[in-house]
Design a protein around this ligand. Structure first.
Ligand code: BG6
Length: 274
């Protein structure tokens, strides 16, 4: 039940503490999150996702510099950025401070635990089954609790009720949107890692210029792809969301590097052997 925290933007109205003198709260387009408040998803996901980057940069610096001050820069940047994310979540009334703290700690622990365990060498069936287990497991828990009288969508109703503007209640903040995203990404990771494009690029060496080209091309493709796939019907949205996030790892890990590698290999004149 501790995962069911209220968010401040609806709690001020629902708690009854301010029934005598109604509180005026200022909301923002990103205040109206529809999931439960505890722990903060932004802090947790950002903390977990940046952990491997922070540790990789730290170890690079450790091998290249002897200054202990330089080596702590990645950790300081990590903490400062997360602090900013956490403060912004509180400022927006999306969270109470303890929910942000719980998100920060959970994110760092997840990053620390999962970084050495990224499944890169597993069979495609492993990724497919992981995706299926996520989808079926969460749906089963949802419908079982729903049948027992516990509606896990309670937070969507409260967010919709107390959000200042209906257009600020984003459908992609719903818990099932996260589920379709994560299960799609798990499947996409497997497809990408087992694709012929990835098999070619993993043996190739990409120079700095090619890496920058990959980044630019990936950003250029992911932007429009993110914009697509917002059908008004909720079940269609989940299906589109799943497909979109299945495609993302395929683009980023396999297709884009393959295109850049193939294209730039044609541009580079072959090295003559003496
Ligand atoms: O709990 P917060 O900080 O408002 O973050 C909510 C977000 O948390 C993320 O974990 C989810 O993937 C998003 O879909 C969701 O919008």
């Amino acid at each position: 039940m501790f995962l069911f925290g209220d968010r401040p933007f609806w709690w001020v109205h629902e708690s009854g503490y301010y029934s005598q003198a109604p509180a005026q709260v200022h909301q923002f387009p990103s205040s109206c999150e529809t999931g439960p408040g505890s722990p903060s998803g932004h802090c947790m996901i950002t903390g977990a996702a940046l952990w491997p980057i922070m540790t990789a940069v730290s170890s690079q610096l450790a091998t290249r510099t002897h200054s202990p001050w330089v080596r702590v820069i990645p950790s300081l940047a990590y903490c400062t950025f997360l602090l900013a994310v956490g403060l912004s979540r509180i400022f927006l009334l999306a969270h109470f401070p303890h929910q942000v703290l719980a998100g920060l700690i959970t994110g760092a622990v997840l990053g620390w635990l999962m970084t050495p365990r990224v499944p890169m060498e597993r069979e495609l069936s492993f990724y497919g089954l992981t995706s299926l287990a996520l989808l079926l497991g969460a749906s089963l828990i949802y419908w079982t609790l729903f049948t027992l009288g516990l509606d896990l969508s309670w937070s969507i109703s409260l967010a919709s009720k107390w959000c200042e503007r209906p257009e600020w209640v984003h459908v992609d903040s719903r818990p099932f949107a996260s589920l379709s995203r994560d299960s799609g990404a798990a499947l996409g990771l497997g497809i990408a890692l087992h694709s012929p494009c990835y098999a070619q690029v993993r043996r190739a060496y990409l120079g700095h210029g090619q890496k920058i080209a990959c980044l630019v091309l990936a950003m250029g493709l992911l932007g429009p792809l993110d914009w697509l796939g917002h059908p008004p019907q909720i079940s269609l949205f989940y299906i589109f969301n799943f497909l979109k996030y299945t495609l993302w790892p395929c683009l980023v890990l396999a297709l884009v590097p393959w295109v850049v590698h193939t294209f730039s290999a044609q541009e580079t004149p072959p090295v003559r052997s003496s």
